[in-house]
Design a protein around this ligand. Structure first.
Ligand code: GRF
Length: 216
C-alpha cells in the first residue's frame, strides 16, 4: 500500500485550518501525514496543536533581511520532504525564491472569493462594498500575492446584520471543509498545476469548483 502523502503546514496564528487537517487525518478522511508545522511567529498558538518534534519556528523580525528568513524556512520545509506545502493562516508574504522552490505543490487558503479581495481585511471590504456573498478560496501560490490558479471555493451568504467578525466566523466554518476537500484530492494525485491552470482529474479547470458546505 502507498505511504500517506506528506504535508507541511505554514502558520502564523491560531491554526484552526491546521486543526481541520489534523482532525481529518485522525478520523480517516484524509490519507496524509503532517510532517512539519513552520511558523514565522514563535508564539503562534497554532504550534501547540502538534508535538514539539514537528515544530519549526524562527522570529522573522530578528532576521536582517526577508530573503535570509525565507531561505532558512525553505531549507527547513525541504528537509521535511513534503509532497504538499499548505499555507494555512501564514501571514507573511513568501519571497519569489521560496515560491519557485515549491511551485506546483504550494497551496494557500484565502478568505475571499478570489479574484475578489486579494490581501487583508477581506471581510470588512466585502461588507463595505455591499456584497451579498463571500467565501474562501484555496489556490496555488505564485509570486504575485493571492493571484495563483484557484482550485476551489466555498461560498457563504452575507446578511445585512453582519459585522466583519460575524462574517469571518461564517467563512471560517466552510474554509475548514474546503481545505480538507482540496487536500483530499491533492494527496490522491488528482490535482496539479500546469501552465498556470489547475488540472483536476486530468482536465484543465477554467472555473474553480464552487462548493456549498452546510453551516453549523
Ligand atoms: C483564515 O481566515 C485564513 O483564510 C487566513 O487567515 C485565517 C487563519 O486562521 N489566511 P487559522 O490560523 O487557520 O485559524
Amino acid at each position: 500500500m502507498a505511504l500517506p502523502r506528506r504535508i507541511a503546514v505554514l502558520v502564523s496564528g491560531r491554526g484552526s485550518n491546521l486543526q481541520a487537517l489534523l482532525d481529518a487525518i485522525a478520523d480517516g478522511r484524509l490519507d496524509a501525514r503532517i510532517v512539519g508545522v513552520f511558523s514565522d511567529k514563535p508564539d503562534a498558538p497554532a504550534l501547540a496543536r502538534v508535538g514539539a518534534g514537528l515544530r519549526w519556528t524562527r522570529d522573522a523580525n530578528a532576521y536582517p533581511e526577508r530573503a535570509a528568513f525565507d531561505t532558512d524556512l525553505a531549507d527547513a520545509v525541504a528537509a521535511a520532504a513534503p509532497d504538499w506545502v499548505v499555507c494555512a493562516g501564514y501571514l507573511r508574504i513568501l519571497g519569489d525564491a521560496f515560491v519557485e522552490r515549491f511551485r506546483g505543490r504550494l497551496l494557500n487558503v484565502h478568505p475571499s472569493l478570489l479574484p475578489a479581495y486579494r490581501g487583508l481585511r477581506t471581510h470588512a471590504r466585502a461588507l463595505a462594498a455591499g456584497e451579498t456573498e463571500h467565501g474562501a478560496s484555496v489556490h496555488f501560490v505564485i509570486p504575485e500575492l493571492d493571484a495563483g490558479a484557484v482550485i476551489a471555493q466555498a461560498v457563504v451568504p452575507i446578511h445585512t446584520s453582519d459585522t466583519p467578525q460575524i462574517l469571518a466566523a461564517r467563512v471560517l466554518q466552510v474554509e475548514h471543509s474546503l481545505l480538507v476537500w482540496v487536500s483530499q484530492r491533492c494527496v490522491a494525485g488528482r490535482i496539479a498545476e500546469r501552465d498556470g491552470h489547475v488540472v483536476l482529474d486530468g482536465q484543465p479547470v477554467f472555473t474553480p469548483a464552487r462548493l456549498e458546505f452546510p453551516l453549523r
